[in-house]
Design a protein around this ligand. Structure first.
Ligand code: FES
Ligand SMILES: [Fe+2]
Length: 447
């Protein structure tokens, strides 16, 4: 069981907390490029409990700075975007995209004050149609960790569906949802379809069609350079005494998960903390082989619950289906048998479960079993990482180079005597090695 103290350590994200400082050691996508159009107004942004301003200068460069002007702390969200930076309304100081003060028009010409103000900007990269930030330290004082160049980040734009939602719960319970294989058999049971011939030994043609009716997956874990991966092992419909159906899922520390998609495609979800009680939910769907049409992308976003229309998301990407309106649960559809959850959108179902726990889940009330093993292992690695980080060590996933572009989740039916680790393994990745096996006495966090 996670104690109340451990729960706080896991879920706090602010700059004055240990976990908040550790979470700042990673790169995160925070905006779609199109949200910061050329010459647009500065945009208020909040990340990891800190108020920020994002803007694009006339050369197209993006800056992300603390919201409050380094002179006398007026909000820079009110500032004017000018050729080389952001001009504060109060006394006209200009800050460039790195947060360097480049004009102090209110001071005498010989003033050296601007030289004494340390730059306040965070490191920013614009990759794959998204704006990414590293908030570990201000840009000129520390080098950033390697950029997580996942395969989809170098794909043509129309091969990647980029969807985001602002959801009202702590990042960790959202991450836990994606490394919880068994919930798909229940929460998403309306969308999933079992079929004996869904696949033979290759990845499923349709991510929602599975060759199994088994609702009791065994989880097996393997620690890796980036975090860990697990195999959820189910009995297949065909030849269950000879074969096993393995679905692998990768936890990429601290808040990213990739899980099996249809053949030739991938799914990734990233949960970026805005503050303790609010999270940016990124959903990426990408194809290694083909482009998606605009219509296909729009239809998928509606199906997932990630479209900015109707009763799903508002203009600012905030989820409209919330606790305040009981997630607009359709009890009549449930009674008719048309919907297991009564909640529209597969990802809305996930976000509803996370929000329904309370903004920060009360983990000390839980009773865990073997199908919660991946959730427990993730918490354990995060707590161990935090202990190490507080002693000056490297956070989880940062100790050795990671082949980000090779990471794949996969699902296959394989013979019972073939190691599950062969599913989705890439060249150079060990296919042996096993983490905790799911025995109850291995379920406890050790920090
Ligand atoms: S507070 Fe911004 S220039 Fe004075
Ligand atoms: Fe889910």
């Amino acid at each position: 069981m996670v104690t109340a103290v451990q729960n706080d350590r896991l879920t706090q994200v602010g700059p004055d907390t240990s976990m908040g400082r550790m979470l700042r050691e990673y790169w995160y996508p925070v905006l779609l490029s199109e949200e910061l159009a050329p010459a647009c107004d500065p945009m208020p942004l909040r990340l990891l409990g800190e108020d920020l301003v994002a803007f694009r200068d006339s050369a197209g460069r993006v800056g992300i700075l603390p919201e409050y002007c380094p002179h006398r702390t007026a909000s820079l969200t009110l500032a004017k975007v000018e050729e080389n930076g952001l001009r504060c309304l109060y006394h006209g100081w200009v800050l460039d995209v790195q947060g360097r003060v480049i004009e102090v028009p209110n001071e005498p010409e010989d003033s050296t004050r601007k030289l004494r103000v340390a730059p306040t900007g965070y490191q920013v990269r614009e990759v794959a149609g998204m704006i990414w930030v590293y908030m570990g330290e201000h840009s000129e004082r520390k080098s950033a960790p390697p950029f997580p160049a996942y395969a989809w980040t170098s794909m043509p734009k129309d091969r990647v569906m980029r969807m985001k939602a602002i959801t009202r719960s702590n990042y960790l319970q959202n991450v836990e949802g994606v490394i919880d294989s068994v919930h798909t058999n229940f929460l998403h049971s309306t969308a999933l379809r079992p079929a004996a011939n869904a696949m033979a030994t290759t990845m499923s043609a349709d991510a929602l069609v599975r060759p199994s009716l088994d609702k009791h997956p065994k989880l097996r874990l393997q620690d890796t350079s980036y975090g860990f991966r697990y195999g959820a092992i189910r009995k297949p419909i065909t030849d269950p005494d000879k074969n096993q159906y393995v679905r692998t899922t990768l936890w990429i520390a601290p808040n990213t998960v990739t899980f099996p998609a249809s053949a030739g495609e991938g799914f990734m979800q990233i949960f970026v903390p805005i503050d303790e009680e609010t999270t940016i939910f990124w959903s990426l769907r990408y194809s290694f082989t083909r482009s998606y049409s605009v219509e296909e992308t729009e239809n998928y976003a509606k199906w997932a619950g990630l479209a900015r229309d109707g009763d799903l998301l508002d203009e600012a990407y905030r989820v409209r289906r919330t606790k305040a309106n009981r997630w607009m649960q359709d009890r009549a559809a449930m009674r008719r048998g048309d919907s297991f959850s009564g909640i529209k959108g597969v990802n809305t179902e996930d976000m509803a479960m996370a929000e329904s726990m309370g903004a920060v889940a009360r983990r000390h009330l839980e009773n865990l079993g073997p199908t919660d093993l991946a959730v427990v292992h993730m918490r354990r690695l995060m707590l161990q990482s935090l202990d190490r980080y507080e002693q000056g060590g490297k956070p989880v996933g940062m100790a050795e180079p990671v082949a980000y572009d090779c990471l794949r989740a996969d699902d296959r039916v394989i013979p019972l005597n073939t190691p599950w680790q062969t599913v989705g393994a890439f060249a150079g990745e060990p296919v042996t090695g096993e983490g905790p096996s799911g025995a109850m006495d291995e379920l406890e966090p050790t920090s």
